[in-house]
Design a protein around this ligand. Structure first.
Ligand code: C2E
Ligand code: CA
Ligand code: CA
Length: 761
């Protein structure tokens, strides 16, 4: 076969390859396929015109084919540049130079296509070789311009690839390097071919082949290569460990592995299993120390089988569950621990203390609860931060004392609890320590930490109940500055139970009218006549009989029920006064007012309505208040009292001399009558001093034109002494105990009005 025929066959083969490539490209989705297709089509056209030169022996047609080939080469190079700029994503500026290139290349192509007519770019000569015509070129100026343009485009291609290579991360360099390599190989191959005295330039064939290579790399080889590299990187970066073994238990792959497991290639499956077993904690979680800290892994094993169900190996996935584990631990912490102090919270303390005691139930235990007196006030005065510091220092103290044989926690806002063997508890050192905890450099405030101690008799009793009992013990000393520690015992329990019973019975007592008033007469010592009476409440209990107020009033005060009771008593007193008033009998009744009544009722409204309801003159109702009423918010109380006095009520200062009485009170308080308690002379050692004080109090009251009623008068001597110092109205067992209304009415004589005048001096 002739040489030209060989070339034509080559061209046809290349054309077919290119068309197949085009077909393949059409199916792709990548945006680059458009530029790539254009590049291949231009190349096809070049091959086609080359074939034109080969298929004829006519010089003019051969020249036309050759010059068309030159023109095509412009576009082949340009389409390569376009492809590279898309591929390397260096599109910047391309839309601007694009029209410029089109113009330049257009002109050059025209110049090349006109060459057969003017031969301004190249001069052709036909030579005969083995019976076939071939063109020999003698290049002229425009040919060199054309070659220059082509080289320029190729140079641009190389520069762009070079820049892309430099900029790209290592694994992406492969993506760019293959293009210059294949172009380079093309040029070298062509040069070698030409050096061998060949008559025909096969450059376009080489170009076409290299484009197919480029296509292959662009769409197939590089992506696959990259995918694999990236997969490997992903596996390496993964926090999970993947390790696989073949059918004989030899390690064949791992993405990464803890450092302890060196030479993993030689590692056998059983070694690996041994390693896992060594690091597995009780909950089937593998704990491994890595360079960046402690990690937790969850193990999963998968067997690999082929389609014939033959075992071909296995792989382990150790899934990193560190975050989940930490979250679980945080949750566990949040549920069981107190966030501020880090101690056990109430529920967890109860759980732990129960376990602790059950471990050795023969041992005797105590449960100590503490509660800071007026912690809320401390918070209000100094702010929550200081309050928190106080709590933390208690917690710190508890930690310091921890001998490993106790359980402790924070069981409430300001309450802590410790459970320990009784033999390890020493009250003195406990108190010393407890006080030392509060010697805080930044706090000059006396903190009292009340402690209630429960001796455990039965470890099966719920710890919660034990805590409640210790806390209950504390409530009984809550208002006591002196007593810091109290043991829960039978007496206390009875007291508390009694309180509970009272609270339980109070409701029905009101409903069934079990409360009654007893009246204690107030007597004029000189005349022996009754000047008035004090109403004192009695609970006529269906089971207990007549109960004195000392037994239930403190409980009702503690539980905010005193006002209900007082209002009940006031109503009874007013009802009685109203009855007497209607019968023309006029006397006074003094009623007791608790300090809390000022907060729970509008006293002005209550009293004015009561006297209106029962038609009682205001001056017949005396209101007994104590100094403690003014302990807080004195201004408000004074205002109420002033208004009541304006209406005509008589206000008495009760219990003067019993407690912290001050002479200032006499001077400043808006009171009408002073009730002086015999407590002044109760202390026999200082009897005479007491007498002197009473003498002065009476003198002073007289000076202030304030009548004095002595209360608690028990003997004739006391009565005579009181009379001698100018105090004539007296109340006490010497004359009469408090008696029922019926009995009191029996005592009464006539006329009432004079007696009332006596009482008021
Ligand atoms: P108080 O107001 O100082 O009442 C006088 C108390 O002294 C009465 O006790 C009375 O029985 C008692 N007493 C009278 N004469 C003598 C005496 O010669 N020697 C001694 N040692 N005691 C005498 P009572 O009735 O047990 O009341 C105790 C306290 O209970 C009262 O003290 C009062 O503070 C309070 N109270 C009584 N009734 C009521 C009430 O209706 N409301 C309020 N808020 N408190 C009441
Ligand atoms: Ca009283
Ligand atoms: Ca009194």
């Amino acid at each position: 076969m002739s040489l030209k025929s060989w070339f034509v066959i080559c061209c046809l083969a290349v054309l077919v390859t290119m068309l197949v490539s085009l077909y393949y490209l059409a199916k792709r989705r990548e945006s680059i396929k458009k530029v790539m297709s254009r590049m291949i089509m231009v190349t096809c056209l070049s091959v086609f015109v080359t074939m034109l030169e080969l298929l004829t022996n006519d010089k003019s047609l051969m020249m036309l084919g050759r010059c068309a080939f030159y023109a095509c080469m412009d576009w082949v190079c340009f389409s390569l540049l376009h492809y590279v700029s898309e591929y390397t994503e260096q599109r910047k500026g391309f839309p601007y130079i694009y029209p410029l290139w089109i113009t330049v290349l257009g002109l050059d192509s025209i110049s090349m296509l006109l060459n057969p007519f003017y031969e301004h770019a190249a001069h052709f000569k036909v030579i005969m070789h083995e019976g076939e015509n071939f063109l020999v070129v003698r290049p002229l100026f425009f040919y060199y311009v054309h070659i220059g343009i082509c080289y320029f485009l190729i140079a641009d291609v190389f520069i762009r690839l070079f820049i892309a290579c430099i900029k790209a991360p290592g694994i992406y360099r492969m993506k760019y390097i293959f293009i210059p390599i294949s172009v380079f190989i093309t040029v070298v191959a062509d040069a070698i071919y030409l050096l061998q005295d060949n008559y025909f330039d096969l450059l376009i064939i080489f170009f076409a082949l290299s484009y197919v290579v480029v296509l292959y790399f662009t769409f197939y080889f590089v992506p696959r290569f990259l995918r694999r590299r990236i997969q490997m990187l992903v596996m390496k970066e993964m926090s999970d460990i993947v390790i696989s073994f073949d059918n004989v238990g030899k390690c064949v792959y791992y993405n990464w592995i803890p450092e302890e497991l060196i030479i993993p290639q030689e590692m056998q499956l059983n070694q690996f299993i041994g390693y896992l077993d060594k690091h597995t904690n009780g909950q089937d979680i593998i704990e491994i120390d890595l360079a960046d800290g402690h990690h937790f892994f969850q193990k999963a094993v998968h067997e690999l089988k082929n389609h014939k169900e033959q075992y071909i190996g296995c792989f382990y996935v150790l899934h990193d569950v560190t975050e989940e584990q930490k979250m679980l631990r945080d949750q566990y912490y949040a549920v069981n621990f107190d966030a501020l102090t880090g101690l056990y919270n109430r529920n967890y303390f109860i759980e732990k203390a129960t376990d602790f005691m059950h471990e050795n139930p023969e041992q005797r235990y105590i449960l100590i609860c503490s509660d800071i007196r007026h912690f809320k006030a401390l918070n209000d005065i100094f702010g929550e931060r200081i309050g928190d510091n106080v709590l933390c220092s208690i917690a710190e103290g508890l930690r310091e004392d921890d001998d490993g044989n106790r359980v402790y926690g924070r069981i409430g806002g300001d309450s802590f609890a410790v459970c320990m063997p009784e033999e390890n508890f020493h009250l003195d050192s406990y108190l010393r320590k407890s006080r030392r905890v509060f010697e805080l450099p930044y706090l000059h405030y006396p903190i009292v930490n009340h402690t209630g101690i429960y001796r455990v008799e039965n470890v099966n009793l719920s710890v919660s109940v034990m805590c409640d009992r210790a806390m209950m013990a504390i409530t009984s000393i809550r208002n006591d500055y002196q007593q810091e520690v109290i043991y829960y015992d039978e007496k206390l329990r009875d007291k508390l139970l009694y309180e509970q019973e009272i609270l339980r019975d109070v409701k029905s007592a009101f409903e069934e009218g079990q409360f009654a008033i007893y009246l204690q007469p107030q007597i004029n010592h000189k005349t022996g006549e009754i000047a008035g009476a004090e109403a004192l409440v009695r609970w006529v209990h269906p089971e207990r009989g007549v109960v004195s107020p000392g037994a239930f009033i403190p409980v009702m005060e503690k539980h905010g029920m005193i006002t209900q009771l007082d209002r009940y008593v006031w109503e009874l007193a007013c009802k009685q006064l109203g009855k007497w008033h209607k019968d023309g009998k006029l006397t006074t009744i003094s009623v007791n007012i608790s300090g809390k009544d000022f907060y729970y009722a509008d006293l002005f409204e209550v009293f004015t309505e009561l006297i209106k309801k029962y038609d009682v003159p205001a001056r017949c109702l005396c209101l007994e208040i104590t100094e403690t009423t003014f302990a807080m918010d004195a201004k408000k109380q004074l205002e109420v009292i002033e208004r009541l006095r304006e209406v005509g009520f008589i206000v008495e200062m009760d219990d003067f001399g019993n407690g912290y009485s001050s002479l200032n009170t006499l001077k400043n308080m808006p009171i009408d009558i002073l009730k002086m308690d015999m407590a002044f002379i109760s202390n026999t050692d200082k009897y005479h001093r007491g007498e002197e004080i009473m003498r002065m109090v009476v003198a002073m009251a007289n000076k202030l034109s304030m009548p004095v009623i002595a209360e608690g008068v028990e003997t004739k001597g006391q009565a005579d002494f009181l009379a001698s110092i100018g105090c004539n109205v007296m109340q006490g067992f010497y004359y009469s105990e408090p008696v029922s209304i019926t009995d009191f009415e029996k005592m009464l004589g006539h006329p009432w009005v004079d007696k009332l005048a006596n009482k008021l001096g």
